[in-house]
Each structure stands twice: as structure tokens, then as C-alpha cells.
Design a protein around this ligand. Structure first.
Ligand code: XMP
Length: 321
């Protein structure tokens, strides 16, 4: 009979056995899995755990604050934030190819994270690395399902090759819904526990075209409006996620106020899904679509058109890149 609190107790005992009086590092992505894994380890070994959060500048509005403020308030965890925004922007300058972008973001992420690990190692005896691997990840990586790797997925906390760590993976036996329950049991905020999936490469793969500071600001504003309205309409649990995409290399003619505009389109991609392997486009209420569209075109400079993606997966993937 597995109750959530017995899962927590058992994992805490195991983590204590594994780590002994050692120290551990955990990379936080802002997502559910790493947040719950870290909170479990923190419950077990307290401030011998240090978390590292890399701000790559491709985050959504408010995400850094959610980790730095809400998550820390709920857990009391030791947190180091690495501000790598400029580094990522420089590395992405001039790049438009989707796979190229993903590779660059993944590579830079690992470099930044490894440097943070080195810095910590110089300060203390960190021998353990915490990862939020779930049961489905374990099955997927050993399973060999034969599905082609359509896009290179870069998850946070990629294993460094030259630094020796022993892995701590307290969620290895759990499914996502169990992870959420464990997170709630540990007192994590709803905004983190119920967070919808968000790709590691972040807004970098939701700008179609080159990633620049201005474009990131534009997309971040549009995304915040869409999320605000979806939440206000009580639709967060109905949709699996709703990528908001900026077609940065496309312009169309519009009319606003008393003038002609020549701005960019924003794409809304609301999807319903069980596991992200397949998905259907969500039939959002027209009133909600209307509010999002009106607000984005009124409030976000440079955007004069909002379009809806009505493609299922397959043939479309959930993300545009
Ligand atoms: P696609 O676009 O392949 O997305 O249909 C399937 C799910 O995976 C998420 N996604 C990612 N998650 N790192 C992640 O952690 C990535 O590089 C990445 N790419 C896509 C996507 O948001 C969707 O939930």
C-alpha cells in the first residue's frame, strides 16, 4: 500500500544511506522533476545539498523568480543562480537552424553547469549529483522503442564527463502524477508542482529565426499574456501545454490606431495530450482566444497578428522547432 508519505519516508531513508555525510549538487530547471528530486534530497541531508539554477535568458516571464523566491521559501534550499544570459545570446547570434540552436543551447548549458560544479567542488567535497530521472525516462533510454530521435532533446543536468559524481535519482521508480503528489507532500508551491511541460532550450526554440534580446522580450510578453488568460479561464488542467511562438522572420500588414503596421505574427499552439508522444490541438473557447488575441496585439509592440495552430501530432510536433 503506497501512500505518498511512505514514498517520501522510504526515499529519505535511502538517500541518507547513499549519501552518508557527503555533499550533493542538483541542477534546477524550474520544472517539476528536478524541483521534487531536490526537495527530497534536501529533506534527507539538509544544507549539504546545493542547487544550481542556470538563467540562460530563454526563460519565460517570472520563472527565475519562481525558483529563487517561491521554491526557496518553500524548501529553505541552498541555491546558486548562474546568470548566463549574455553568454547564450552571444552563442546564438546569427543562428537560425533549429537543430543548430538546440545543439548550441545544450552545449552551453553543460559548460555553464560544469563550471558551477567545479566552483562548488573547489569549496567542498561534493561527490553526488542529483537527477530527476523518472520511471518512464528509465524505460525510454533502455527500451529501444525504435522511434527515431526527431529532435535532439537537451534536458537539464546532462552528465558531465570529466567530473566524477555518483548519481542520486530518487524519482526513478515514480510516474509523473506520483512525483506531483510527492512535491505537494513536501510543501512545494502549486506553480511548480502543477507546471506544464516546458522545453529545456526554452524560448530559444519558439522564436522562428535568429534569437535576439528584442525578440525574446516580445515573445516573453506574448507568452505571459496567453498564460495569464488561460489560467484565468481555468484551462490549465485542460490543456497539456500551449507553446506561444514568434514568427520573427515573417511580417504582415496590419492597421492599428490611425496607421499601417508591418509586424510579426504570434502563433498559439494549445495541445491536449497524455504523454506528448501524440497530441491533438485543443478546441479553446472562442472568447478566450479573442481575449488573448486582443491583448497581445494591443499590448505587445511589433505584433499585429495572432494565429492558431490547428495541427495534431503527428504530423506536427508540439514545438515548432
Ligand atoms: P515535440 O515538439 O517533440 O515535444 O512534440 C514533445 C514534448 O517535449 C517537450 N520538449 C522538450 N523538453 N527538452 C525538454 O525537456 C527539449 O529539448 C524539448 N523539446 C521538446 C515539448 O515541450 C513537449 O512537451
Amino acid at each position: 500500500q503506497w501512500t505518498t508519505s511512505s514514498i517520501v519516508d522510504e526515499q529519505v531513508t535511502r538517500i541518507r544511506e547513499q549519501i552518508g555525510d557527503g555533499k550533493a549538487i542538483c541542477g534546477l530547471s524550474g520544472g517539476v522533476d528536478s524541483a521534487v528530486a531536490a526537495a527530497l534530497v534536501q529533506r534527507a541531508i539538509g544544507d549539504r545539498l546545493t542547487c544550481v539554477f542556470v538563467d540562460h535568458g530563454l526563460l519565460r516571464s517570472g520563472e527565475r523568480a519562481q525558483v529563487e523566491r517561491d521554491y526557496v521559501a518553500a524548501t529553505g534550499i541552498n541555491l546558486v543562480t548562474v546568470d548566463a544570459r549574455e553568454r547564450f545570446l552571444n552563442a546564438l547570434a546569427g543562428v537560425t537552424d533549429p537543430e543548430e540552436k538546440r545543439k548550441i543551447i545544450g552545449r552551453e548549458f553543460i559548460r555553464v553547469f560544469e563550471q558551477a560544479e567545479r566552483d562548488l567542488k573547489a569549496e567542498g567535497d561534493y561527490r553526488f549529483l542529483v537527477q530527476g530521472t523518472l520511471y518512464p525516462d528509465v524505460v525510454e533510454s533502455g527500451g529501444g522503442t525504435g522511434t527515431a530521435n526527431i529532435k535532439s532533446h537537451h534536458n537539464v543536468g546532462g552528465l558531465p564527463d570529466d567530473l566524477q559524481f555518483e548519481l542520486v535519482e530518487p524519482l526513478r521508480a515514480l510516474f509523473k502524477d506520483e512525483v506531483r503528489r510527492v512535491g505537494t507532500e513536501l510543501g512545494l508551491p502549486e506553480t511548480i508542482v502543477q507546471r506544464q511541460p516546458f522545453p529545456g532550450p526554452g524560448l530559444g526554440i519558439r522564436i522562428i529565426g535568429e534569437v535576439t534580446q528584442d525578440r525574446l522580450d516580445t515573445l516573453r510578453q506574448a507568452d505571459a499574456i496567453a498564460r495569464e488568460e488561460l489560467t484565468a479561464a481555468g484551462l490549465d488542467r485542460t490543456i497539456w501545454q500551449c507553446p506561444v511562438v514568434l514568427l520573427a522572420d515573417v511580417r504582415s500588414v496590419g492597421v492599428q490606431g490611425d496607421g499601417r503596421t508591418y509586424g510579426h505574427p504570434i502563433v498559439l499552439r494549445p495541445v491536449s495530450s497524455e504523454d506528448a508522444m501524440t497530441a491533438d490541438w485543443t478546441r479553446l473557447p472562442y472568447e478566450v482566444l479573442e481575449r488573448i488575441s486582443t491583448r497581445i496585439t494591443n499590448e505587445v509592440a511589433e505584433v499585429n497578428r495572432v494565429v492558431l495552430d490547428v495541427t495534431s501530432k503527428p504530423p506536427g510536433t508540439i514545438e515548432w522547432e
